[in-house]
Write a protein that binds this ligand. Structure first.
Ligand code: NAD
Length: 484
């Protein structure tokens, strides 16, 4: 497959089941991060396109979609999942060019998107209400209903995974959706439009309007005719999205990244821990909301862990996505400058190791080989702020109390992990860590779509993934019948 020859148009918006020119007729350039060359033109959707998409989704709410049983809805989603699987290789190539991900990671993302539609397709007819014992003469029960039209604003770092978890859960609950993918990378999101049509989704159930954040994104989050907004991205934009949602008194799910720590104790199995310690920080060039950018290590084994990680770093190769090395480029020259700025401001930190840049890396690409740093001040900017690049900081701690204080000492709280064989310590810390997910002797548990995910503090609120997301994308109705 050649990228010039995709099976769907890239420069259109997808509204009411049709590919259409954007209202303004304007387009934006997408760049291949591995080379810096223009990859494709996408539509520059604006408020008028969002208006049409929202109207289409609202109309679809009372169309054939609303008359499908939950099982039929689930079957459509399983069909979509199968179509994604059939196209997984193509989607991986598209994503590798669009996001700069090493091909293997891009393929894993395509499989994860298919798995989300499979999981939520299977779950669609398994979301139940309850009967509630109440006063004599009453029968009381609850029903979970669709919220209505859900808006989804997704970032560029994991387009397929994030739209799978967000749009997948919303569709399973019977909502109609408007998706605003990121302007830096949105080709696989557009592919989903064509695959949803092929699967047989009624027109208007899934609408896709690419465009700029402050145009299409702002218009979607402020639209009076959406009933829920799901946002993944930066804290600054999350605030704007939540403020806009508040004006319309609708719920907002915010997933805003983190500064996720791994806590390594004296009794940790370092051989087991080592790949997780490093991969969790450099995967996707560190552009992962749940990236582990802080490694907190017991002082007695600090030098040993530092040496082991440094040796691994030295072997890491950064290069073009299609060469499928360990690490690809960053998404953009802007992101490259952001990461370089952090490294400049962290010049007082000791550099323990750097990865290699492949000699095949194009001069125009947005490369940043990984950097492993050592610090001793948990208040340092690089120990506090999300860098969103392949940079990890090692910090020592004296004892469990200090480890916990450092781990909880940022404004974020998305993911944390504990490396220790001491069961009591594991339980104490799992309770004490201020974090949406805690992993014990692993990190990420393979990404499991079944596992509720989301943050506390500036990492956001609301949960995606697992059944929890279905509850978030539904409205609970209580019915109380007085029958004597
Ligand atoms: P961003 O928050 O600006 O963009 C994310 C999404 O929001 C994109 O689709 C964008 O078009 C949209 N958006 C932008 N402005 C908007 C607005 N005013 N209203 C509604 N939607 C809007 O993030 P970015 O500029 O792409 O990246 C900047 C930083 O954000 C990164 O350095 C990183 O720290 C963080 N980030 C985090 C995640 C994550 O998964 N948590 C993802 C991407 C970026």
């Amino acid at each position: 497959m050649r990228l010039q020859n995709l099976w769907y148009p890239t420069d259109k918006v997808f509204i009411d089941g049709q590919w259409q020119a954007s209202a303004s007729g304007k387009t934006l350039d997408l760049f291949d991060p591995s080379t810096g060359a223009v990859l494709a033109k996408i539509a520059r959707g604006n408020a008028d396109d969002i208006d049409r998409a929202t109207a289409s989704a609202n109309a679809a709410l009372s169309g054939p979609w609303s008359r499908l049983s939950a099982a039929e809805r689930g079957r459509l989603m399983l069909r979509l999942s199968n179509l994604i699987l059939e196209r997984a290789d193509d989607l991986a190539i598209i994503e590798a060019h669009d996001v700069g991900k090493p091909l293997k990671q891009a393929r894993a993302d395509a499989l994860a998107m298919a798995r989300y539609f499979e999981f939520y397709g299977g779950a669609a007819d398994k979301v139940m209400g309850e009967t509630i014992p109440y006063l004599d003469g009453y029968t009381v029960y609850t029903m979970r209903e669709p919220i209505g039209v859900t808006g989804h604003i997704v970032p560029w770092n994991y387009p397929m995974q994030i739209l799978g978890r967000s749009v997948g859960a919303a569709l399973a609950m019977g909502n109609c959706t408007v998706l605003k993918p990121a302007e830096q990378a949105c080709l696989t999101a557009l592919a989903l439009g064509s695959l949803a049509s092929e699967a047989g989704f009624p027109d208007g159930v899934l609408n896709i309007v690419p465009g700029l954040g402050d145009e299409a994104g702002a218009a979607l989050s402020a639209h009076p005719d959406i009933h829920h907004i799901s946002f993944t991205g930066s804290v600054a934009t999350g605030r704007l999205v939540q403020t806009a949602a508040a004006q319309n008194v609708i719920p907002a799910t915010l997933e805003l990244g983190g500064k996720s720590p791994q806590l390594v104790f004296e009794d940790a199995d370092l051989e087991q821990a080592l790949p997780f310690l490093v991969n969790a920080g450099v995967q996707n060039a560190g552009q992962t909301c749940s990236a582990s950018s802080r490694i907190l290590v017991a002082r007695s084994i600090f030098d040993q862990v530092a040496a082991l990680m440094a040796a691994r770093y030295a072997a890491l190769k950064t290069g073009p996505a299609m060469e499928d090395l360990d690490i690809g480029p960053l998404i953009s020259s802007t992101q490259q400058a952001i990461v370089a700025g952090f490294l400049e401001r962290g010049a007082d930190l000791e550099i323990l190791a750097k990865g290699q840049l492949s000699e095949t890396a194009d001069q125009g690409g947005y490369y940043q080989p990984p950097v492993l740093l050592k610090g001793d001040d948990p208040a340092h900017e690089l120990a506090q702020d999300e860098i969103f690049g392949p940079v990890q900081l090692l910090l020592p701690f004296e004892d469990e109390d200090e480890a916990l204080a450092i781990a909880n000492g940022t404004k974020y709280g998305l993911v944390a992990s504990i490396w220790s064989k001491d069961g009591a310590r594991q339980m104490r810390l799992a309770r004490g860590l201020r974090s949406g997910q805690v992993f014990i002797n692993n990190y990420g548990a393979g990404g499991g779509v079944e596992l509720p995910f989301g943050g506390v503090g500036h990492s956001g609120h609301g949960r995606e993934k697992g059944f929890e997301a279905l509850y978030g994308f539904s409205s609970l109705k209580t019915v109380a019948a007085l029958h004597g």
